[in-house]
Ligand binder design. Sequence first.
Ligand code: ATP
Length: 256
Amino acid sequence: MVATLQLNDVGVRYGRQNVLSGITTPLLKGGEVTAVIGPNAAGKSSLFRRIAGLLGGPGHISIGGANETSLSGVCYMPQDTSVNTVLTVFESILLARKQGATSRVRDQDLEAVESTLASVRIESIAFKNLCELSGGQRQLVSLAQTLAREPKILLLDEPTSALDLHRQVEVLALIRALSTKQQICVVLAIHDLNQVLRVADRVMVIDAGTMVSCGPVEAVITPALLRDIYKVDGRIERCSRLCSQVIIDGPIVDHA
Ligand SMILES: Nc1ncnc2c1ncn2[C@@H]1O[C@H](COP(=O)(O)OP(=O)(O)OP(=O)(O)O)[C@@H](O)[C@H]1O
């Protein structure tokens, strides 16, 4: 059964402050990648924490397919990947995989950790301590910890923000391929619109706590979006591999 996720009038409050309201989505399905974009402090991370069950709030979140209505197929990679433990990379991924499980570590758990290390291409740091890693390495390990749990619904909050260009392209291609092959429903927050155009099927735009747009990437990422949401003048053009890309001309010049 294909995993599904649907939000109906979802919101988030911190104390008395309403930071997100009225978020309603179409049915998001396994095999699809949905990007969540928007300015800083728009409410993207709060939305992810709400979907992951870490925050309460108004509205209804339907999770289907994975394990019926349970959250156990939902895996969330937070934006903050800082750590303060003495675990090795390998141990941390194994621990993430066994999260909540009372059973002993089996051969298939060790094999899953090894194959996740290989798919994220971090085998060479498997036995390093987490506190010895660079920022980009920490982000890759955090992704591996999330993937090792075999998600049905994968929530990734800015999974490539600390990565170099090659690693960004590589990781997003991996996420895209996993989504298609394993029918994972992926929702990822990301600021780089060019990467969104490469990897996502659908894009959801959050601005000041509300959803202002949701649809196919090429219909949503337009010069009007650059102007209205990001306050920049820009164009959309095709790269040599025919993928649409954003060309930024500069901040909007006010001639008034
Ligand atoms: N724990 C918290 N308590 C109170 N307010 C919070 C808390 N976490 C976030 N906020 C506020 O909620 C709003 C949305 O923050 P959020 O982190 O969801 O934004 P974001 O869209 O993910 O931003 P960015 O792109 O900068 O990561 C901000 O005004 C922020 O200050």
